[in-house]
Write a protein that binds this ligand. Structure first.
Ligand code: SAM
Length: 235
């Protein structure tokens, strides 16, 4: 599989995420929780030397195959590893200009220790950029907890999973000189529509338009969006 489909179908959050990632040519980049390997391969094609880890063997194999298919196997090292183990790898200390991840931070426990691990593997001045779901909106959290999985509304994640919490952003602020949170889009009605109307195309078009309207007119609610990008820098 080449990456044209991935790039053509990028949503707003991914587009903003990649623009924050910026030029990676010649950089040492770590992706945590590489999953299917699309981001890893994208980064290698953009000229980065990428180390990718995932605690799933299937993810590691998929990432290796995608790298070979796209002729970037030589720029990518893939390991089956829990994120926390990075802290035990002396050889990876202060190794990375950039650490990235999509929907991974909320999987990692205990998060305080991980914040230390992240600090350890980054070079001075190195950055971390993570796309995550956001637990700040009490209405969405209520919907997630009490509505999803009932009344015929499907549940997609497992019961242990929860979105990344503002208190975890505070944990990062204690370890890093600079932490910013970006809200690349309002995702509220589109999320409810995806569940309640099972992504019916008309319902999705309408709910996306409402979210876009809110995003352009009411900046004060951006922080309640279900999507966020956390960007940090090691001073
Ligand atoms: C929600 S998926 C996201 C995958 C990919 N980043 C994407 O955006 O498609 C989370 C991924 O992180 C991996 N993962 C979960 N916990 C992990 C941990 N503690 N250390 C390393 N990888 C982990 C899972 O195996 C899975 O591939």
């Amino acid at each position: 599989m080449d990456l044209s489909g991935f790039l053509e179908n990028l949503g707003k959050s991914d587009r903003v995420f990649l623009s924050l990632v910026g030029d990676v040519s010649g950089k040492e980049v770590l992706e945590i929780g590489c999953g299917n390997g699309l981001l890893t391969v994208y980064l290698a094609l953009a000229g980065a030397n990428v180390t990718a880890i995932d605690d799933s063997q299937v993810a590691v194999e998929n990432t290796r195959s995608l790298a070979e298919f796209n002729d970037v196997g030589s720029r990518i090292d893939v390991y089956k590893m829990d994120a926390m183990e990075l802290g035990d790898r002396g050889d990876l200390e202060a190794s990375f200009d950039l650490v990235v991840g999509r929907f991974i931070l909320h999987h990692i426990e205990p998060f305080q220790r991980f914040s230390w691990v992240l600090n350890k593997v980054l070079k001075k001045g190195g950055k971390g950029i993570f796309l995550e779901n956001n637990a700040r909106n009490p209405l969405l959290m209520f919907f997630r907890r009490f509505v999803v999985g009932r009344f015929g509304i499907p549940k997609y994640g497992d019961s242990q999973e929860r979105p990344f919490h503002p208190s975890e952003v505070e944990v990062l602020k204690r370890s890093f000189g600079r932490v910013e949170v970006h809200y690349p889009e309002v995702m509220f009605f589109s999320l409810v529509g995806a569940y309640v109307f099972r992504a019916n195309p008309v319902a999705m078009r309408v709910s996306n338009k409402i979210d876009d309207f809110i995003y352009s007119r009411v900046p004060a609610v951006h922080k309640y969006s279900y999507r966020q990008i956390v960007k940090l820098e090691k001073s």
